[in-house]
Unconditional design. Structure first.
Length: 343
């Protein structure tokens, strides 16, 4: 399935698109989370990110127990703030307290010893061949860091975990009311571009596998395949778009999953159900037929003060243009999880 779906000319008719009513016929629309939630904590930072649970659509599949697909969890302003965090602030360590080693986050670049001078960022720093480092950024991690060499988490190998991200993960799970509690202390942010893939794997090395994993998609559409705890279980291919959330819980917490494809256009559909499908198009005037309007709105919303804090070597206008060109060719996935086991 992985090899077939990664091909550019692959038949995508069997890929689940939750924007299509016919595609959702075999799914269950969960309703038990729609009861009136308790009074929110005024200090809860996730309130500025999440929309009302009454506007969420939550789907489950009978053949993949514990897998949930959540549409509409974020408000438009919340998606803007979250994107600003993962694209600009988290890689620069803004708003985080340094750990004892002096690092805020780890990345594929920092693991190779690649850094940028003070006052600069991944956005302005080039490698020896003149290529921007932002185009080589593949992942950042915060909180508990996974040791890819030893394939383990360990006490002390961590950095401060952003409070906003902890609240987002905790409250998405809390509002669903169907997959237990979550006290996030680790996250990996992956940056994909068209042509990138991620092969089948399990997330099974956290110390408490009873806690769900929350995966948030931003940017370009991508395809996620979710199988079972054995490789022989046929995977379910799902189209994920900007703002979609996937929950892996219960039997699906350690399910094999993969990303066989990142699309090179926002104007993507995978099914042929013409009568029950309406693709919402919000395009930038003069920006191409497949560039959504939220990209321009996001870039225009960035404050000069924030941009100056990110990179002193670039004028605000130059940095925003680099961001404007980066987003139409990037998919970002945020995987929020709990490593520690609490009594």
């Amino acid at each position: 399935t992985f090899k077939r779906l990664k091909q550019k000319n692959a038949d995508l008719n069997n890929v689940l698109d939750t924007r299509c009513q016919n595609c959702c016929q075999n799914l269950a629309l969960e309703q038990n989370f729609r009861t009136t939630p308790g009074s929110p904590n005024p200090s809860d930072s996730s309130l500025k990110y999440l929309s009302s649970p009454f506007s969420w659509s939550v789907y489950s599949h009978p053949d993949y127990p514990g897998l949930l697909i959540v549409k509409g969890a974020f408000s438009p302003a919340g998606l803007t703030d979250l994107l600003s965090n993962v694209l600009l602030e988290y890689p620069a360590g803004l708003g985080m307290v340094q750990d004892t080693s002096g690092h805020h986050v780890r990345s594929n670049l920092s693991c190779l010893g690649t850094t940028y001078p003070e006052g600069k960022s991944y956005w302005s720093t080039d490698d020896d061949q003149g290529n921007s480092l932002i185009d080589k950024l593949r992942w950042i991690s915060t909180g508990y860091h996974f040791d890819w060499t030893k394939r383990e988490y360990r006490e002390g190998f961590r950095s401060p975990f952003p409070e906003d991200m902890a609240d987002i993960g905790h409250n998405i799970v809390k509002r669903l009311k169907i997959c237990g509690d979550l006290k996030p202390d680790s996250a990996i942010v992956n940056f994909y571009h068209p042509g990138d893939t991620l092969s089948f794997h399990q997330d099974e090395l956290e110390w408490d596998l009873s806690k769900p994993l929350v995966s948030i998609s931003l940017g370009l559409p991508g395809m996620l395949c979710v199988g079972g705890t054995k490789r022989s279980h046929p995977p379910l291919p799902i189209l994920l778009t900007h703002g979609d959330v996937i929950i892996l819980s219960g039997p699906s917490r350690t399910a094999y999953h993969a990303v066989p494809r990142v699309f090179n256009s926002y104007d993507v559909r995978t099914c042929q159900h013409e009568d029950s499908f309406e693709l919402k198009k919000e395009v930038v005037v003069g920006g191409g037929s497949d560039i959504p309007g939220w990209i321009s709105q996001f870039v225009d919303s960035l404050s000069s003060e924030l941009l100056e804090n990110i990179d002193e070597s670039l004028a605000a206008g130059e940095l925003t243009e680099r961001i404007r060109k980066f987003l139409p060719r990037t998919r970002i996935n945020i995987s929020i999880r709990q490593v520690e086991k609490h009594e």
